[in-house]
Design a protein around this ligand. Structure first.
Ligand SMILES: [Ca+2]
Ligand SMILES: [Ca+2]
Length: 232
């Protein structure tokens, strides 16, 4: 006998009557119904990564701490490290993407900071052996990578094997040349930049101009999955 079910039914019915929710509750009752638009989760959210490349995974935690601010933390060999970076507190926090941007076995974390209708902006974190820090670009500024762009732009990143071992990181940033063209004729212009990462700093190896290329052109191709940390 399952008395709990009976009691629940009675309780919900009572609550429904009391709050006048009779038309709302049935929509919730089905197993396939979805809750209303999510309120930003208080977190934390976690993932696992091998930050120091020793083959043991660490738990990485992200927690919203305030308006557009999150703290990313981990404990490596008993030593706690954390860093505050931007967040988009209008959306539920997502766990960092676990990547290995240079193929050295130590994880870098790709963290969403700003989420737009079509474009998400990420920064990257690396572990220097003691602390988490932000990966900096060739101007010594914290890296910002855009992904998405909708029809108006083509933005993304991927990794590629580097001759002699390791990986390069490639970013694509291109804009539509003429949005009034038929959808299948829209071309994009911009650049594809190839970087190497060492000690948390990117160095440009090559910049390929992209000139009026269709979206199917490999020069515009990006596959973020190619940056995944092997074995994580
Ligand atoms: Ca480890
Ligand atoms: Ca790495």
């Amino acid at each position: 006998m399952n008395h709990t079910g009976i009691i629940r039914t009675v309780t919900i019915t009572g609550l429904t009557a009391a709050l006048g929710l009779a038309t709302v509750v049935p929509a919730w009752a089905g197993p396939l119904s979805t809750p209303p638009a999510a309120i930003p989760a208080p977190g934390p959210v976690t993932t696992v990564a091998d930050l120091d490349g020793d083959g043991e995974i660490e738990t990485v935690t992200a927690q919203l701490t305030g308006d557009n601010d999150q703290v990313i933390s981990a404990t490596v060999h008993g030593t706690f490290t954390s860093i505050h970076v931007g967040a988009d507190s209008a959306f539920p926090l997502e766990a960092p993407r676990v990547t290995d941007l240079n193929g050295d076995g130590r994880a870098e974390l790709i963290v969403a900071q700003s989420i737009g209708a079509n474009t998400t902006f990420f920064t990257a974190l690396h572990y220097d052996g003691r602390n988490l820090g932000q990966v900096v670009d060739d101007n010594d500024k914290p890296l910002s990578i855009a992904e998405g762009g909708g029809v108006a732009a083509h933005l993304g990143y991927q990794c590629a094997p580097l001759e002699g071992g390791g990986r390069t990181i490639e970013t694509v940033a291109a804009e539509a040349d003429d949005l009034s063209a038929p959808a299948d004729r829209i071309t994009y212009s911009g650049s594809r930049t190839v970087y190497t990462l060492r000690d948390g700093a990117l160095t440009i190896q090559n910049t390929l101009p992209i000139t009026r290329r269709p979206v199917t052109d490999p020069v515009l191709g990006t596959d973020a999955g190619t940056c995944a940390q092997t074995g994580s």
